[in-house]
Design a protein around this ligand. Structure first.
Ligand SMILES: Nc1ncnc2c1ncn2[C@@H]1O[C@H](COP(=O)(O)OP(=O)(O)OP(=O)(O)O)[C@@H](O)[C@H]1O
Ligand SMILES: [Mg+2]
Length: 260
């Protein structure tokens, strides 16, 4: 097997032999993967293959599902995130998440972004909080559209704007990793293009993992691609390699549309 060209840096996150069960049913089977900072990693694969399940293990969102059980080791900067000493609230600030359906809080645009920095004590004054809100909304490419209506409810924005608001909310707490589960699937092509541009800009500061059903999107935004099938990580490598010269037949079949 030819090893993919790996980035020079230490991985930001490392999963080792991770399996996930829902009750007795195994949804993820001994998956090992490294996630690097300043990279976008795409998770692709047919519906039900475990992409969301695996993504959720990376910030312990599966903890909220009673029947879910995780085996194996997942490290963030070398620390086991499932260790009993891990502060899960802190972990989820470091490893933020953006969901398929934009889910702003039923609060103002300002409060959606300010909430996290406030509860995590990241702003010492109102001026600092204001600055964080503006910076996060600018980074999310939303500031110009909302700066004159910060007191309006977040839910009053369009779908694409709501998704950028959720991204602003995630980055306001200065995360190190951002997990995105099909962040564009509810958006029109223009809003999708805007989010893809944004992902590319954000890549410079974070490790980003994106689940997508769009091969084109994976090819456009990611540098690394992981192909999952039936709970297994079949192949992981440079995006260009996965899409041009996959090593595995199952990857070839999927990217050429034979199933999924
Ligand atoms: N909360 C849950 N309880 C029980 N089983 C679950 C739960 N969530 C997912 N599963 C099962 O785990 C498997 C993987 O599901 P998962 O949602 O991770 O797949 P996916 O690759 O994200 O699919 P999609 O592309 O449709 O979003 C499926 O068989 C699914 O039915
Ligand atoms: Mg999913």
């Amino acid at each position: 097997m030819v090893n993919p060209v790996l980035p020079n840096s230490e991985p930001k996150m490392r999963a080792h032999d991770v399996s996930v069960y829902y009750g007795a049913k195994r949804a993820i089977d001994t998956v090992s993967i490294d996630i690097h900072t300043e990279h976008v990693t795409a998770f692709i694969g047919p519906s039900g293959c475990g992409k969301s399940t695996f993504l959720r293990t990376l910030n312990r969102m599966n903890d909220t599902i009673g029947s879910a059980r995780v085996e194996g080791v997942i490290e963030l900067d070398g620390d086991d995130i499932y260790h009993s000493g891990m502060d899960v609230v802190q972990l989820r600030a470091r490893v933020g998440m953006v969901f398929q359906k934009p889910n702003p809080f039923p609060k103002s645009i300002y409060e959606n972004v300010a909430y996290g920095p406030r509860i995590h004590g990241l702003a010492a004054s109102k001026a600092e909080l204001d600055a964080n809100v503006e910076r996060s909304l600018r980074r999310a490419g939303l500031w110009d559209e909302v700066k004159d209506r910060l007191a309006d409810p977040g839910t009053a924005l369009s779908g694409g704007q709501q998704q950028r608001l959720c991204i602003a909310r995630a980055i306001a707490v200065e995360p190190e990793v951002i997990l995105m589960d099909e962040p564009c699937s509810a958006l029109d092509p223009i809003a999708t293009a805007r989010i893809e541009e944004l992902i590319d800009e954000l890549r410079g500061r974070y490790a980003i993992v994106i689940v997508t059903h769009s091969m084109q999107q994976a090819a456009r935004v990611s540098q690394r691609t992981a192909f999952f099938h039936l709970g297994n990580l079949v192949e992981y490598g440079d995006t260009s390699q996965i899409f041009t010269t996959p090593r595995e037949q199952r990857t070839q079949d999927y990217i050429t549309g034979r199933y999924g």
